[in-house]
Write a protein that binds this ligand. Structure first.
Ligand SMILES: [Fe+2]
Ligand SMILES: [Fe+2]
Length: 168
């Protein structure tokens, strides 16, 4: 068993409660993929679907962060969390503009091309500047992980119901 000569520290299993950052990183990856898909297609239907999924993914992720994650970790760096909340506000304003108006394709695309770099920069900053700081603080993340999981499950449930209602 020489290959496994470090049994005390196995690579940690994917446990979103113990490691809620994994949950956020998974969302970030999804956002990056959808942004990529949006930017790299000329197919109007694919673009539209990517935009819809991207806005949805950002919306859910932002609510989880604002309602559970940011309040739970604010003491690590209150100024940085405040900055992140401003980023979210900016992104939400762009999403509201996208959803609230009758936009022609060019206008919607212009807003998307403003939204995407803003979001990518924001998640990059969370990952590079905040997550390492949080990991160094060695907080017990399990209570936040639990809350994040149930908040997200509730939100998705409510969104599914709203989706059903809208189709009636
Ligand atoms: Fe965020
Ligand atoms: Fe995030």
């Amino acid at each position: 068993m020489a290959i496994f000569d470090d049994p005390v520290q196995p690579s940690h299993p994917m446990d979103p409660v113990e490691h809620p950052l994994d949950l956020l990183l998974r969302d970030h990856e999804m956002v990056r993929k959808l942004a990529d898909k949006y930017c790299n297609t000329d197919d109007k239907a694919v673009k539209k679907q990517a935009a819809t999924q991207l806005v949805q993914a950002i919306h859910t992720h932002s609510r989880v962060e604002e309602s559970v994650f940011y309040p739970g970790v604010r003491q690590i760096d209150a100024a940085m969390i405040g900055h992140f909340e401003q980023d979210h506000q900016k992104v939400d304003d762009l999403i509201a503009a996208l959803q609230g108006m009758k936009l022609d394709e060019q206008q919607a695309d212009r807003l998307m091309m403003e939204l995407i770099p803003a979001v990518l920069h924001h998640i990059e900053q969370e990952e590079k500047e905040f997550f390492p700081k949080l990991e160094r603080a060695n907080m017990d993340m399990a209570p936040i992980g639990l809350q994040m999981q149930s908040f997200e499950a509730n939100l998705i449930h409510m969104q599914a119901q709203a989706g059903i209602d809208m189709r009636r």
